[in-house]
Design a protein around this ligand. Structure first.
Ligand code: 6AU
Length: 260
């Protein structure tokens, strides 16, 4: 059962190359922290990435919120990711027909497939989304996190949808890195990674329906492997200290989970 297994053992059971890489990074850097770098200014993103790089396994972007986006942002971001050994993750949440997704993933000004090792996708439109991401031009090394649940209050996703999403995942073992969810939905696929957003040490939510849980709770009670933290870090008085704190608390929770 995946909850008790160390990441290094799980890496041997993973089929997606980015998952294998992630498990390795998580083990060697002792971090399960994915930073949601939801900032609208390129320089601020680069500065934050440089400063918190040692404490994260992945940097998650919403590249379409960057107000001064220029393709020149990408190379320095890739350099920082390489230097600090973390993965670039574009939270695009693809949700269209395959043909459109293929273009959204590889074309336009963002050319996501050329730099993001990981992307998120909704399972809403079915297998076409995964076929499109699998076949599109770009980096060879790619992985998808499929959304099976969300942290949003009043989400329309129900149990049937969540189960169907897990079933779809099973058909694409070499492409799907893991699942975005709030509950321990799968225990028997140790190669898959559970990514859980809505994580904060304090505060219950925001005024737009975000719901938060603590690091301990999501890792120990809810089975999160990687925790996504955005404003808990970006809006902290000292984001670097906050990132280190989240890294430490999350890692301790993981160690506690696998030991008993
Ligand atoms: O910590 P926050 O609330 O500042 O940021 C949470 C981040 C945001 C959301 O777009 C994302 O996590 N997110 C996702 C993801 C990762 O796909 C799914 C979800 O259910 N809830 C959620 O907040 O960048």
């Amino acid at each position: 059962n995946r909850f008790k297994m160390p990441f290094l053992d799980r890496s041997k059971l993973a089929k997606n190359p980015v998952s294998i890489k992630l498990f390795g990074i998580m083990s060697s850097k002792q971090t399960t922290l994915c930073l949601a770098a939801d900032l609208t200014d390129s320089t601020k993103i680069l500065n934050l990435a440089e400063q918190v790089g040692p404490y994260i396994c992945a940097l998650k972007t919403h590249i379409d919120i960057v107000e001064d986006f220029h393709p020149n942002l990408i190379q320095p971001l890739k350099d920082i990711a390489k230097r600090h050994n973390f993965v670039l993750f574009e939270d695009r949440k693809f949700a269209d027909i395959g043909n459109t997704v293929e273009m959204q993933y590889s074309k336009g000004i963002y050319q996501i497939s050329s730099w993001a090792s990981l992307v998120t996708a909704h399972s809403l439109t079915g297998k076409g989304v995964l076929d499109a991401i699998k076949g599109a031009p770009g980096n060879e090394e790619r992985g998808v996190f499929l959304l099976a649940e969300t942290s949003a209050a009043g989400s329309l996703i129900n149990d049937t949808y969540t189960k169907a999403t897990l079933k779809l995942t099973a058909d694409y073992p070499d492409l799907v890195s893991g699942i975005v969810c709030q509950n321990p939905l799968f225990s028997d696929s140790p190669g898959l990674i559970q990514l859980t957003p809505g994580v904060k040490l304090e505060s219950k939510g925001d005024n737009l329906g975000q719901q938060y849980n603590t690091p301990d709770y999501v890792v120990i009670e809810k089975g999160a492997d990687i925790a996504v933290v955005g404003r808990g870090i970006t809006e902290a008085a000292d984001p670097v200290t906050a990132a280190k704190l989240y890294r430490d608390v999350l890692w301790k929770a993981y160690e506690k989970r696998i030991e008993n």
